[in-house]
Design a protein around this ligand. Sequence first.
Ligand code: S3P
Length: 434
Amino acid sequence: MEFQLLPGGVISGEARVPGDKSISHRSIMLGALAEGTTRVSGFLEGEDALATVAAFRAMGVDIEGPEGGEVSIQGVGLHGLKPPAEALDMGNSGTSMRLLSGLLAGQGFDSELTGDVSLCKRPMGRVIDPLRHMGAQVESAQGGTPPLHIMGGQALRGIHYDLPMASAQVKSCVLLAGLYASGDTSVTEPAPTRDHTERMLRGFGYEVRNEQGVISLRGGGRLQATAIDVPADISSAAFFLVAASIAPGSDLLLTHVGVNPTRIGVLNILRLMGADLTLKNEREVGGEPVADIRVRYAPLQGIDIPLDQVPLAIDEFPALFIAAACASGRTVLRGAEELRVKESDRIAAMAAGLTTLGITNEVLDDGIVIHGGTLGGGIINTYHDHRIAMSFAIAALRATEEIRVLDCDHVSTSFPGFDALARGLGLQISARVD
Ligand code: S3P
C-alpha cells in the first residue's frame, strides 16, 4: 500500500487517536500473569499489540477481544503459562520480543521468539546480557539478532543492572525477569525512560520501589487482576501535533492523550520551537496522566534540542524532523544514536526523504542538523517503518508538489486507520494498494 498526498490543507476538528502501544502490550502481559480477570479498554488494535495477544494465547491464556478496544484476559498467575506449540512470532514488534524474553527466561519451558525481516535485524544482545547475568539461558542468531531460543527451567537470581543505554524495553525485560528471580532485582538508567511497566506493576498490586533512581522489585510475589483504561498514544498524536503546528489556519483538539512525564518530550520540544499547545482537562486514569491537547498553527523556529528531552521523545523524532523542516533556521539533534536501531535507521531514512523533498540536512553519528526550507514533492521510501510513512504524509501539508509515500503497510502496526482519520481532519491523503 502507498499513500498519495496532494500538497496543502488545514487540520481542524477533534479526534482521539488509537490506544498507547506501550501500555497495550503491558496490559496483556501483566493481565495474563495476574490472578483473576483483567479488563482493558482503549486497547490498541494494531498489529504489534495483536502479536502480544497471539503469543499469550499460544501459551494457553484465554483472551477475549479486542473488540472496540475492549479486551478481557483470564489471568493464569505467574506460573500458569503453558509451553507454546511453535515459535512465537512477534511480527514487527521490538517491545513484544524484548519484554517477553524477560518473562520467558523465568518459565519452566523452552521457547523461541522470532519476527519479521525488520525485527530480525534488531539488536537483542541488550536483553540477552542482563538475562544471562541473572542465570537465564538465551541463544540468538549471529550478531545478537532474533530468533531467540530461551531455555526454561533455570533458577534466576536477582541482580543490579546499570543500563548501558536509555531503553525502557531493556529496563522492563530485567524487571519482568525479576518477578521470577530470587531476591531483589534492580536497575539504574542513564536517563529516565518511559515508566509504564513500573506504574502498571503497582496497579496490579506489585511493589516496585524507586529510590534515587534505583528501580527495584523483589521476586516471588503475585499480581492481582485489575481494570486498565489505555490512554490515546502520544506517539500517534505526535503526527497531528506537528501537522496542525505546520499548516496555517489549523486548530485541532486531541482527546484523552497519555501525558506521562516520561513521554512528553514531543510537547516540550514543540513548545521550545514556538508551537501553540494547550493542555486541558488534565486527569489521572488508572495511574497514568491523561489530557486533551489543543494545537493551533504557529510559525516554528529551529532549536538545539536539549539532550535531556531525547529519551522522552525517542519515537517522535521522525515527526519532529518534519516540524524542523518547516521551521525557520536550523534544528540540531544530538545524543540520539538509539534512532539508528528502531524499526529502521530513522536518521538515515528521514535524511533521505528530507533530501528528496529538497530540505538541506547533515547526518551525524548520533543525530542530524536540519535547515528549515521549502518542501517540494517526490517519492519517499519508508524502509517499511510506520513512523517514517506517517511523518512524510503530514509533510505534504507544507509541500509545493504531490508526495508519494511507498510501502505504508506497516502503519497498521501502531496506527490502524491513520489515513482515514487524517483525511477526516484535513490531510489530502489517499491510500492505493500497489
Ligand atoms: C518502548 C520503548 C522504546 C520505544 C518503543 C516502545 C516500550 O524502545 O522506542 O517504541 O514500550 O518500552 P527502547 O527501549 O528501545 O528505547
